[in-house]
Design a protein around this ligand. Sequence first.
Ligand code: ADP
Ligand code: MN
Ligand code: MN
Ligand code: MN
Length: 338
Amino acid sequence: MLYRAMYIWVDGTPPTPMLRSKTQMLEEGQEPGIWGFDGSSTMQAPGDDSDVVLNPVKVVPDPIRGGNDILVLSECMTTDMEPHHTNHRAACVAAEEKYADFESWFGMEQEYTFLHDGYPHGFPKTGYPRPQGPYYCGVGTDRAFGRDVVDAHSQACIDAGLAISGTNAEVMCGQWEYQIGPRGAVETADQLIIARWLLERIAEDYGLTVSLDAKPMKGDWNGAGCHTNFSTRQMRDPNGGYDAIIAGCEALGANKDIHVANYGHGIEDRLTGHHETQSYKTFSYGISDRGASVRIPWQVERDGMGYLEDRRPNANCDPYVVNRLIVETICGAASSAS
Ligand code: ADP
Ligand code: MN
Ligand code: MN
Ligand code: MN
């Protein structure tokens, strides 16, 4: 019996790459192998040199098709089998390997907005819905828009074996969140890409689209982020963990511009200093402070160990880039300090 392998990859659409996917039928017992596609149709290659190679990096059960069908997350390679210029995973793998002793963990909070006919789900055809306030973790027909999709998605993530840790309705009408992790830098990013693909795919069945736009509605509406929670083995150790967390915050501050510049398109529109953000021009960290660039959760201060939350990455960030930068900055600083 043939079975179906859905190959998934990140394309080259500027300014924010999108996901692409296509299916290959495999014979029973056959493993998914190297494949390829027309890069001239995905903003990844010129027409006269269009072949881009797909290299499978992670295989999970396909929770939508079911049976023996699988999802095959792939990285893009040149025909010489070098990382393609749109492949930001390879550098993340290298950074994680370089600092493997740190045993870095990541937990990423993916916020997103359902759109219906181009407007956030729940917005009326003309005018605006009730102002922000009742939507965050809201329940009820006039507050929660799209829950069926959220629940179908979280079940699909579980069925695919992903480390989804929770979901919640967000502050803006039609906006939601799910969290992936904690896992390693590359594993969390890989799982987040698969989770993003599953959400877009499932939302097709409901006639909704998923926007990762960092600021879908101007005005008094929250933007959408991808808060990135991070720890090293040292940070998780009750003996000196808190000091390592503070050192991590200081390292992020010393490198603030390179992080902000690589945390997703349109970050200046989202990190305004309002709507639970710090301005992109300023760096700060604080305990329980949702107006800081980096927050230390209150339990972490109490326990003297745990993790920090970098609140700056946009919903539309590339998780491989974000996680690589955090590892390089924090582990790099800790290495040169010791
Ligand atoms: P928030 O209070 O900011 O909304 P969430 O509960 O949405 O927080 O997300 C917290 C994330 O942090 C989860 O994905 C969780 O798995 C992750 N996390 C928990 N402990 C750690 C840790 N030690 N290192 C990294 N990530 C962690
Ligand atoms: Mn959260
Ligand atoms: Mn959130
Ligand atoms: Mn958060």
